[in-house]
Design a protein around this ligand. Sequence first.
Ligand code: PEP
Ligand code: MG
Length: 565
Amino acid sequence: MYKGIGGSAGIGIGKVMLIVEQSLDFTPKTVSDTDAELQRYRNAVSKFCQNTEQQAEQLKESAGEKEAEIIMGHILMIQDPYMNSEIENSIKGGSCAEQALTDICNMFITVFSSADDELTQQRATDVKDIKNAVLSILLGIEEQNISDAPKGTIIVAKDLTPSMTAGINKDNVVGIITEVGGKTSHSAILARALEIPAVLSVQNITSLLKDGDTVIVDGSDGIAIANPGEDEILNYSEKRNAYLKEKAELAKFIGKATATKDGNSVELVGNIGTPEDANKVLECDGEGIGLFRTEFLFMDRDKTPTEEEQFETYKKVALIMKDKPVIIRTLDVGGDKDIPYLGLSKEDNPFMGFRAVRYCLKNIDLYRTQLRALLRASAYGEIKIMIPLVVDVEELRSVKAIIKELMAELDGESIKYNKDIQVGVMIETPAASLIADILAKEADFFSIGTNDLTGYTMCVDRGNADVAYLYSPFQPAVLRSIKHIIECANRENIMVGMCGEAAADPMLIPLLISFGLNEFSVSATSVLATRKEISKWSKEDADKVASAVMEMDSVAEITTYLQSI
Ligand code: PEP
Ligand code: MG
């Protein structure tokens, strides 16, 4: 079994077609007739543009408009005045076209690959694709044709260039395995658009498999199985059929409003950790962002991100989501989320310690920087600010006071922001739940963090296997807490959502509908399944289930009942 990254979900079983990388080696030479060499280069570029346009047309048919635009972007890149003039100047200086192209492209590849963000890194791959395609034309090398791959083909390649993908017949190609590429690489995006299961970043796979080998590609779990036994084939065929059935079911919910069976609308939004995740939420038809965990922005680096960096990140999410709501949670550090350079001291009980809003209010410069960045970004979309781990209304008041000061500061500098920006709190502690009536009078919205609320209510460490049996949102204590929080919010007419994992739990959904939850915030991949579950319940039926459950006294009784309905 080979492990890689699941780039496109689903299961494919078929026979390998190995794409052999053609050598693009050449002998560099100095040219004397630079005009003729320049012409040779320009001819190659125009051939490249012609080919790319053709491939874009094919892709438009097979994958869609957006995917075709990805490769049309390559034409803009090769025609970029700076890149093009650098290459042409090098040829005018006597380099052969192959060398000039390689040198300049490599320079761009180095710059782009050293960037921190995945999108810029992706541009390095784009330049590499362009370089290889133009080099092939200059060297007269034909790319292996995969458009006539027979039915049941699994493409195995070092990398899948967009031009290769354009030629794929999605009725015949049932899987893709590559040695490079991540979830957001173009090969992954295109494979997803073509709905072909893909496993990427499998080391040495082009040397491990040969033409004609039978392979199972499990793009959901990111594994490939070579020469499987009969049992494995049977098992994966069943898995594939179940996957396809569920997918067809869920597809019916794309573009539909999220509403109960009797037509009560609720919001269905996504949880994200990076701006790029916002695209995923949109792809999955999410209606906004219910939780952006900003701590990921502070991790894997050695100092806090600047106001400018944070502003750009928050603005990016706002722009991606256009006028859809985007709830951004301020830094939730501490507990299980360690950020070494922040210098948090070792605590005996970090979950009860100096964390989240407690830390931020004591490290005011850091907090002001984040809140200022959030306010500035609010000029670009529907950003709302959310405070984690609130236990005391004074915390909400303090944050609101800082925001007010910062607004005056921004007014003085004539910087735009949303003057009516909403400030809400996460309800994820028993204290917040017990004072939900007080908090609801001063917060603009609630979001219930069941991951922590369950842990703190049950006095169970989220990660401790010995007490995991107690960690359940179906504990009567947790259910009563959730019901109470929702009632307090509804009484004050403020929006109440849930961004803990439980929001996507099909067994909890009828209870949440009955209690009156307004917003479900789930991972992108759970959006459609959650919409489907919500659509199954009328308020009346959900109320019946909820009244029965709220009379029960144990998790076992509750879950047995919920599983049976
Ligand atoms: C929660 O506690 O439910 C929550 C959504 O926050 P996190 O998982 O980031 O602690
Ligand atoms: Mg939490």
